[in-house]
Design a protein around this ligand. Sequence first.
Ligand code: NAP
Length: 254
Amino acid sequence: MKGKTVLVTGASAGIGAATAMAFAGEGARVLVCARRLERLQAMEAVLLEAGAAEVFSFELDVRDRDEAEGTLNTLPDGWGDIDVLVNNAGLSRGLTKLWEDDVENWEEMIDTNIKGLLYVTRAVVPKMVKRGSGHVIGLGSVAGYITYANGAVYCATKAAEKAISEGLKLDLMGTPVRVTSVDAGMVESEFSVVRFRGDDERAAKVYQNITPLQPEDVADAIVWAATRPAHVNVHSVVVTSIDQGNSVTFNRRA
Ligand code: NAP
């Protein structure tokens, strides 16, 4: 990865931050974006310390189509040719019966996890095709394989990520651009705090009496997929902790 340019969306926390660190450790040039710019700026020195060849951070709300197109097409000199795009920005909101849920929750998940992913992909991939190299890695989930109760819309967004990843791969046939979906089980990050809108106690219960994945475990799978030989396309990686069988089956020790 030395000297390769990697863009990680949603890099201000969790899996995105760990992925930026992992690529930094490989000597990549790391582009990080999210809405909380101050967090990214604070990470810059840490990424350089970890081995990043260069770092550039910028604010981006992936839900804003104009902002995504505009910002990604006018990156500073030397940053426009992205070798690896990690479509990580995403979130869940609420854990509620579909017929009682707040429509705003649906809008936010669909706008971020599906439409945001599409906007960023649409802005970045044409240059990869033109250059004849590139790799798009999406954050899927075991939630995209088996729907769990009270999470229909989040699960649907991850099923959509799987379909988009598969479709993108088909549409890129005949080019050397690779596509991977890294489909994780439960990861201990800010995910549940965001889902429960800051209710730390409820979020902590999600990981009670269980060993979840850590963001670094997922970052490891992402870097592995990105560092296979150029003729190898890893379509998907499904990764859970030892205590998880699928999106609904857990080994809780209590
Ligand atoms: P996290 O700790 O909450 O991090 C989410 C990241 O996404 C943050 O950096 C956040 O940054 C960013 N983000 C959210 N909305 C955004 C927007 N509109 N524009 C730009 N960035 C945005 O959660 P995580 O667990 O690392 O989740 C990362 C990805 O992994 C998501 O796609 C999630 O669906 C997926 N995933 C998570 C799990 C899990 O159990 N945690 C399992 C499987 C898959 P800002 O708030 O600063 O914008």
